[in-house]
Design a protein around this ligand. Structure first.
Ligand SMILES: Cc1cc2nc3c(=O)[nH]c(=O)nc-3n(C[C@H](O)[C@H](O)[C@H](O)COP(=O)(O)OP(=O)(O)OC[C@H]3O[C@@H](n4cnc5c(N)ncnc54)[C@H](O)[C@@H]3O)c2cc1C
Length: 416
């Protein structure tokens, strides 16, 4: 039966030609981590906006987004073909995650037609960068334990509280936020989702400098921020229904069909030399144990990609919690790959001075930062819980706050 869609292979050839003619090679600055200072980062953001616009004007933005919102209305296979052709080319990295996913994917799934029309075309044209505001200083794993509150005042909501670890907020335009709107019901039943402009009055954004010197993580403080009810997403107190799907999209990360991202590109921090190049540089290339490590590194990469493909297909059709399997494997495999690279580099990666090549210190820095892949997008421990409880059907972990009005749940000591 004809779907009326352009055949994937025809689309791929068209994409290949367009990419070759219009996009340059992948550059070191295609990663936010490589910006030396704020000025350079703002230039990179502007460049990414222009690049996204170029892809839109070229007719390849939002491959799986519906046509009515500026997308192409094609399938995940079309998106995968485009991403495969994009390998080795520049791309708008600051849009991939979290703007396209989980923000645009959640907007598409839950927003009203008016809200979608207001934001999805703007995202696809590179005019709006989005962030996701879930984690709080009191903890990120227990998402339903949030205390950032929205109180209704006529046709507005007044938002107060703080979110943290928000990637890329200081140069973003909008955020999708989960806020507490009812303290008198159990925690999962009293939350609502809103769309919040990050340049609104009462929003303060502070950057957090990480171990590797980059500062894309932020903390936001919301003080009496007025949000019109028209920017509420879904039902009042119905935020958990949206939240669970939002986290499903989040766990899919770059693997989401809504993301434009060069296939095979590592998502770990910093530039990554191939393990063969690292072993050559450290003089270990003929060492049999080093060769085994190189094989393991390659094997993990191949399995990660194969698993991602299978889960991406299956997760949309079958059990939505399956994205936790991909998220778990990706995290664990990435840590192991960073560790292997570090072992292959030997002392080259443990000690360096600033005069040395960036590639050498990137291996050491990737090793120091390796746990990021097990924390960002929800931790691997939480993914293990999801796999155990919701996929394998094992007993749920004990919880002291089940059925208890959130107001009465002990919240622990206040943090500064
Ligand atoms: C690179 C990066 C990007 C991020 N970007 C964003 C973003 O854009 N927006 C956003 O909102 N957040 C973001 N985060 C925050 C991230 O979602 C949280 O760090 C994560 O959910 C864990 O929360 P936490 O750090 O508060 O740790 P906690 O929730 O305090 O957990 C501490 C430790 O306890 C474990 N733990 C907690 N509960 C359980 C349990 N029930 N069972 C087993 N183990 C448990 C956790 O796995 C973790 O190891 C980002 C984090 C990183 C590293």
């Amino acid at each position: 039966m004809s779907t009326g869609m352009e055949p994937v292979e025809e689309f791929r050839l068209r994409a290949r030609e367009w990419i070759k003619a219009n996009l340059g090679p992948l550059q070191p600055w295609d990663r936010t981590q490589h910006c030396k200072d704020d000025e350079e980062e703002l230039v990179a953001v502007a460049r990414d906006r222009a690049l996204q616009r170029k892809i839109f004007d070229g007719g390849f933005a939002g491959i799986c987004m519906p046509k009515e919102y500026g997308g192409l209305g094609l399938s995940p296979e079309h998106n995968r073909a485009f991403n495969e052709e994009l390998a080795g080319h520049e791309y708008p990295s600051r849009f991939a995650v979290p703007t396209f996913n989980p923000c645009a994917s959640t907007i598409l799934e839950f927003c009203t037609a008016e809200q979608k029309a207001a934001h999805l075309p703007a995202i696809l044209k590179g005019d709006e960068v989005w962030v996701q505001l879930l984690s709080e200083p009191g903890g990120g794993s227990d998402v339903a334990g949030i205390t950032t509150a929205a109180v209704r005042e006529g046709d507005h909501w007044i938002l107060n509280g703080s979110k943290v670890w928000t990637s890329r907020a200081w140069w973003a335009d909008w955020g999708i936020i989960l806020a507490r709107t009812n303290w008198d019901v159990p925690k999962h039943q009293g939350m609502t989702v809103f769309l919040v402009p990050l340049r609104a009055e009462g929003v303060e954004i502070q950057r957090i400098v990480r171990l590797n010197g980059e500062s894309e993580a932020c903390q936001e403080f919301f003080t009496d921020v007025r949000i019109p009810d028209s920017d509420r997403v879904g039902d009042v107190d119905g935020g958990w229904t949206i939240g669970t799907r939002w986290m499903f999209h989040e766990r899919m990360g770059h693997n989401s069909p809504y993301v434009t991202y060069p296939s095979g590109l590592s998502q770990s921090a910093g530039h990554e030399d191939s393990p063969v190049a690292i072993a050559r540089k450290s003089g270990k290339i003929d060492d049999p144990s080093a060769r085994e490590l190189i094989g393991e590194h390659r094997e993990l990469g191949v399995v990660t990609r194969a698993l991602q493909g299978r889960i991406a297909d299956a997760a949309t059709k079958a059990n939505k919690d399956m994205s936790a399997i991909d998220r778990l494997f990706r995290g664990v495999a990435s840590v192991r790959r960073s560790t292997i690279a570090f072992e292959l580099a030997g002392s080259n990666a443990s000690v360096w001075d600033e005069e040395e090549e960036a590639a050498t210190d990137a291996v050491g820095m990737n090793f120091l930062m390796r746990q990021i892949s097990c924390i960002g997008g929800g931790t691997t421990e939480i993914s293990r819980n999801v796999v155990a409880e919701r996929i394998l059907g094992m007993p749920r972990e004990a919880s002291g706050d089940k059925g208890v009005p959130f107001r009465e749940v002990p919240k622990g000591p206040k943090r500064a």
